[in-house]
Unconditional design. Structure first.
Length: 279
Protein backbone atom coordinates (compact mmCIF):
# COMPACT_ATOMS: atom_id res chain seq x y z
CA UNK A 1 0.00 0.00 0.00
CA UNK A 2 1.11 3.59 -0.40
CA UNK A 3 0.38 7.05 0.93
CA UNK A 4 -1.72 7.97 -2.11
CA UNK A 5 -4.46 5.54 -1.13
CA UNK A 6 -7.58 7.16 0.37
CA UNK A 7 -7.93 7.25 4.13
CA UNK A 8 -10.82 4.76 4.12
CA UNK A 9 -8.76 2.18 2.23
CA UNK A 10 -5.99 2.48 4.79
CA UNK A 11 -8.56 2.10 7.57
CA UNK A 12 -10.11 -1.00 5.94
CA UNK A 13 -6.65 -2.51 5.45
CA UNK A 14 -5.73 -1.86 9.07
CA UNK A 15 -8.96 -3.31 10.47
CA UNK A 16 -8.63 -6.39 8.27
CA UNK A 17 -5.07 -7.12 9.38
CA UNK A 18 -5.82 -6.51 13.06
CA UNK A 19 -8.78 -8.88 12.86
CA UNK A 20 -6.65 -11.64 11.36
CA UNK A 21 -4.14 -11.33 14.20
CA UNK A 22 -1.29 -9.29 12.75
CA UNK A 23 0.87 -7.58 15.36
CA UNK A 24 0.08 -3.91 15.76
CA UNK A 25 3.80 -3.08 15.84
CA UNK A 26 4.33 -4.74 12.44
CA UNK A 27 1.38 -2.91 10.92
CA UNK A 28 2.63 0.40 12.31
CA UNK A 29 6.05 -0.24 10.77
CA UNK A 30 4.56 -1.10 7.36
CA UNK A 31 2.39 2.01 7.35
CA UNK A 32 5.34 4.21 8.25
CA UNK A 33 8.19 2.66 6.28
CA UNK A 34 6.42 1.13 3.27
CA UNK A 35 3.38 3.36 3.11
CA UNK A 36 5.17 6.59 3.91
CA UNK A 37 2.44 7.75 6.30
CA UNK A 38 3.36 10.31 8.92
CA UNK A 39 2.93 9.68 12.63
CA UNK A 40 -0.22 11.77 13.07
CA UNK A 41 -2.09 9.91 10.31
CA UNK A 42 -1.10 6.50 11.70
CA UNK A 43 -2.27 7.48 15.20
CA UNK A 44 -5.59 8.64 13.75
CA UNK A 45 -6.03 5.39 11.81
CA UNK A 46 -5.31 3.22 14.83
CA UNK A 47 -7.69 5.27 16.98
CA UNK A 48 -10.44 4.80 14.38
CA UNK A 49 -9.73 1.08 14.06
CA UNK A 50 -9.54 0.40 17.79
CA UNK A 51 -13.13 1.08 18.90
CA UNK A 52 -15.01 -1.51 16.84
CA UNK A 53 -12.29 -4.10 17.41
CA UNK A 54 -12.34 -3.69 21.18
CA UNK A 55 -16.13 -3.91 21.13
CA UNK A 56 -15.90 -7.23 19.28
CA UNK A 57 -13.13 -8.81 21.31
CA UNK A 58 -11.48 -7.93 24.60
CA UNK A 59 -8.39 -9.91 23.49
CA UNK A 60 -7.40 -7.44 20.76
CA UNK A 61 -4.95 -4.76 21.81
CA UNK A 62 -3.34 -2.25 19.49
CA UNK A 63 -0.82 -0.60 21.77
CA UNK A 64 2.29 0.64 20.00
CA UNK A 65 5.53 1.71 21.65
CA UNK A 66 8.12 4.04 20.14
CA UNK A 67 10.85 2.45 18.06
CA UNK A 68 14.05 4.43 18.66
CA UNK A 69 16.64 4.21 15.90
CA UNK A 70 19.68 2.53 17.43
CA UNK A 71 21.54 1.15 14.44
CA UNK A 72 24.90 2.67 15.32
CA UNK A 73 26.85 3.40 18.48
CA UNK A 74 25.70 7.00 18.70
CA UNK A 75 23.10 9.40 17.40
CA UNK A 76 23.32 13.13 16.69
CA UNK A 77 20.33 15.36 17.39
CA UNK A 78 20.68 19.01 16.38
CA UNK A 79 24.45 18.72 16.83
CA UNK A 80 24.15 17.03 20.24
CA UNK A 81 26.02 13.69 20.28
CA UNK A 82 24.37 10.91 22.29
CA UNK A 83 26.00 7.53 22.90
CA UNK A 84 24.14 4.20 23.00
CA UNK A 85 25.54 2.35 26.01
CA UNK A 86 23.17 -0.64 26.17
CA UNK A 87 20.38 -2.08 24.05
CA UNK A 88 18.18 -4.97 25.18
CA UNK A 89 15.85 -5.88 22.34
CA UNK A 90 13.07 -7.82 24.08
CA UNK A 91 11.70 -6.15 26.03
CA UNK A 92 13.24 -3.02 24.58
CA UNK A 93 15.49 -1.30 27.08
CA UNK A 94 18.06 1.27 25.95
CA UNK A 95 20.62 3.23 27.94
CA UNK A 96 21.72 6.49 26.30
CA UNK A 97 24.65 8.53 27.61
CA UNK A 98 25.12 12.29 27.24
CA UNK A 99 21.45 12.95 26.58
CA UNK A 100 21.66 16.01 28.83
CA UNK A 101 24.65 18.26 29.44
CA UNK A 102 25.95 18.84 32.96
CA UNK A 103 24.59 22.40 32.82
CA UNK A 104 21.14 21.19 31.77
CA UNK A 105 21.14 18.71 34.64
CA UNK A 106 22.04 21.42 37.14
CA UNK A 107 19.35 23.74 35.78
CA UNK A 108 16.73 20.99 35.95
CA UNK A 109 17.68 20.16 39.55
CA UNK A 110 17.48 23.83 40.48
CA UNK A 111 14.05 24.19 38.86
CA UNK A 112 12.82 21.10 40.67
CA UNK A 113 14.13 22.19 44.06
CA UNK A 114 11.94 25.28 43.94
CA UNK A 115 8.72 23.24 43.90
CA UNK A 116 9.42 19.83 45.44
CA UNK A 117 6.67 18.09 47.44
CA UNK A 118 6.27 14.52 48.64
CA UNK A 119 5.86 12.19 45.63
CA UNK A 120 2.62 10.21 45.29
CA UNK A 121 1.32 7.08 43.57
CA UNK A 122 -2.02 6.40 41.88
CA UNK A 123 -4.38 4.81 44.43
CA UNK A 124 -7.08 2.21 43.75
CA UNK A 125 -9.59 5.03 43.35
CA UNK A 126 -7.47 6.63 40.62
CA UNK A 127 -6.41 9.54 42.83
CA UNK A 128 -2.81 10.41 43.85
CA UNK A 129 -1.93 9.24 47.36
CA UNK A 130 1.13 9.09 49.60
CA UNK A 131 2.50 5.55 49.88
CA UNK A 132 5.38 4.01 51.84
CA UNK A 133 6.57 2.16 48.72
CA UNK A 134 7.54 5.50 47.16
CA UNK A 135 9.85 7.58 49.33
CA UNK A 136 10.93 10.63 47.38
CA UNK A 137 10.05 14.25 46.67
CA UNK A 138 8.76 15.33 43.29
CA UNK A 139 8.14 18.41 41.18
CA UNK A 140 5.88 18.27 38.14
CA UNK A 141 6.13 20.59 35.15
CA UNK A 142 3.84 21.36 32.27
CA UNK A 143 5.03 20.45 28.81
CA UNK A 144 7.12 23.33 27.45
CA UNK A 145 6.85 25.25 30.72
CA UNK A 146 10.29 26.80 30.22
CA UNK A 147 12.79 27.09 27.34
CA UNK A 148 14.96 24.45 29.06
CA UNK A 149 12.08 21.98 29.31
CA UNK A 150 11.00 22.64 25.72
CA UNK A 151 14.55 21.99 24.48
CA UNK A 152 14.81 18.73 26.43
CA UNK A 153 11.37 17.57 25.27
CA UNK A 154 12.23 18.20 21.62
CA UNK A 155 15.51 16.29 22.00
CA UNK A 156 13.80 13.33 23.66
CA UNK A 157 11.07 13.28 21.01
CA UNK A 158 13.70 13.09 18.27
CA UNK A 159 15.71 10.48 20.18
CA UNK A 160 12.86 7.98 20.51
CA UNK A 161 10.83 9.06 17.44
CA UNK A 162 7.68 9.95 19.37
CA UNK A 163 5.88 13.31 19.17
CA UNK A 164 6.28 15.86 21.96
CA UNK A 165 2.48 16.06 22.15
CA UNK A 166 2.33 12.40 23.20
CA UNK A 167 4.41 12.98 26.32
CA UNK A 168 3.40 13.92 29.84
CA UNK A 169 5.20 16.83 31.44
CA UNK A 170 8.62 16.14 32.92
CA UNK A 171 8.74 15.30 36.62
CA UNK A 172 11.89 15.92 38.71
CA UNK A 173 12.41 13.59 41.67
CA UNK A 174 14.79 13.75 44.63
CA UNK A 175 15.76 10.70 46.69
CA UNK A 176 17.64 11.27 49.95
CA UNK A 177 19.36 8.40 51.87
CA UNK A 178 16.84 5.60 52.37
CA UNK A 179 14.66 6.91 49.55
CA UNK A 180 13.42 4.33 47.08
CA UNK A 181 10.53 3.30 44.84
CA UNK A 182 9.66 -0.36 45.19
CA UNK A 183 8.94 -2.52 42.13
CA UNK A 184 6.02 -1.20 40.09
CA UNK A 185 4.64 -0.76 36.59
CA UNK A 186 4.22 2.58 34.85
CA UNK A 187 1.30 1.46 32.70
CA UNK A 188 -2.28 1.83 33.95
CA UNK A 189 -4.30 -1.20 35.02
CA UNK A 190 -7.24 -1.24 32.60
CA UNK A 191 -9.07 -3.71 34.85
CA UNK A 192 -9.50 -1.01 37.50
CA UNK A 193 -12.15 1.44 36.20
CA UNK A 194 -10.93 4.26 38.44
CA UNK A 195 -7.36 3.99 37.19
CA UNK A 196 -8.41 3.25 33.62
CA UNK A 197 -10.19 6.62 33.59
CA UNK A 198 -6.75 8.20 33.26
CA UNK A 199 -6.54 6.70 29.77
CA UNK A 200 -8.87 9.43 28.60
CA UNK A 201 -6.03 11.95 28.84
CA UNK A 202 -3.90 10.33 26.15
CA UNK A 203 -4.28 6.59 26.31
CA UNK A 204 -1.90 4.12 27.88
CA UNK A 205 1.66 4.87 28.99
CA UNK A 206 3.52 3.01 26.26
CA UNK A 207 7.10 3.89 27.23
CA UNK A 208 9.17 5.54 29.94
CA UNK A 209 12.27 7.73 29.97
CA UNK A 210 14.31 8.17 33.14
CA UNK A 211 16.90 10.97 33.06
CA UNK A 212 19.71 10.80 35.62
CA UNK A 213 20.72 14.27 36.75
CA UNK A 214 23.65 13.62 39.08
CA UNK A 215 26.16 11.06 40.35
CA UNK A 216 24.97 9.14 43.41
CA UNK A 217 27.50 8.18 46.08
CA UNK A 218 25.98 4.75 46.68
CA UNK A 219 22.83 2.94 45.58
CA UNK A 220 19.95 4.41 43.60
CA UNK A 221 20.08 2.14 40.54
CA UNK A 222 17.00 1.41 38.44
CA UNK A 223 16.42 -2.32 38.66
CA UNK A 224 14.36 -4.69 36.51
CA UNK A 225 13.60 -7.79 38.65
CA UNK A 226 12.26 -9.82 35.71
CA UNK A 227 15.34 -9.12 33.60
CA UNK A 228 18.15 -9.25 36.14
CA UNK A 229 19.17 -5.80 34.92
CA UNK A 230 20.44 -2.86 36.98
CA UNK A 231 21.10 0.58 35.47
CA UNK A 232 23.34 2.86 37.53
CA UNK A 233 22.86 6.63 37.72
CA UNK A 234 25.23 8.76 35.68
CA UNK A 235 24.95 12.49 35.03
CA UNK A 236 23.23 13.10 31.68
CA UNK A 237 22.30 9.44 31.15
CA UNK A 238 18.80 8.43 30.01
CA UNK A 239 17.10 5.08 30.41
CA UNK A 240 14.39 4.23 27.90
CA UNK A 241 12.11 1.21 28.21
CA UNK A 242 8.96 0.08 26.47
CA UNK A 243 5.86 -0.73 28.50
CA UNK A 244 4.39 -2.69 25.58
CA UNK A 245 5.26 -6.21 24.43
CA UNK A 246 5.45 -7.60 20.90
CA UNK A 247 1.74 -8.51 20.94
CA UNK A 248 0.72 -4.94 21.76
CA UNK A 249 -0.11 -5.61 25.40
CA UNK A 250 1.10 -3.98 28.60
CA UNK A 251 4.39 -5.75 29.32
CA UNK A 252 4.84 -7.30 32.76
CA UNK A 253 8.57 -7.60 32.10
CA UNK A 254 8.68 -3.81 32.47
CA UNK A 255 8.44 -4.20 36.25
CA UNK A 256 11.08 -1.86 37.69
CA UNK A 257 12.21 -0.30 40.94
CA UNK A 258 14.30 2.59 42.18
CA UNK A 259 16.78 0.90 44.52
CA UNK A 260 17.39 2.58 47.90
CA UNK A 261 19.89 5.43 48.01
CA UNK A 262 22.48 4.40 50.58
CA UNK A 263 24.65 7.52 50.49
CA UNK A 264 24.28 10.92 48.88
CA UNK A 265 21.26 12.31 47.05
CA UNK A 266 19.78 11.10 43.79
CA UNK A 267 18.06 13.39 41.29
CA UNK A 268 16.22 12.05 38.28
CA UNK A 269 13.61 13.32 35.84
CA UNK A 270 10.92 11.08 34.42
CA UNK A 271 9.05 11.37 31.15
CA UNK A 272 6.09 9.10 30.39
CA UNK A 273 5.08 8.63 26.76
CA UNK A 274 1.42 8.13 25.93
CA UNK A 275 -0.40 6.22 23.23
CA UNK A 276 -2.09 9.35 21.92
CA UNK A 277 -1.68 13.12 22.38
CA UNK A 278 -1.63 13.86 26.11
CA UNK A 279 -4.13 16.47 27.27
Amino acid sequence: MNELLPYQQWLDWLRHNLQRGCLAADLWRDMKEKGGLDHAIIVKLFAAAEAPLHAASSDINTLIAPKPVVNGNSVSIAGHEIQIALHLKSPEVIVFDNVLTADECRELISAGERKLTRATVVGDDGQPILHPERRSDGAGFQRGESPLLATIEQRLAALVDWPVEHGEGIQVLRYTPGGEYKAHYDWFDVNNPAIAARLGHGGQRVATLVLYLNEVDEGGATEFPELGLSVRPRTGRALYFSNVDEQGRSDRRALHAGAPVRAGVKYIATKWLRQRPYI
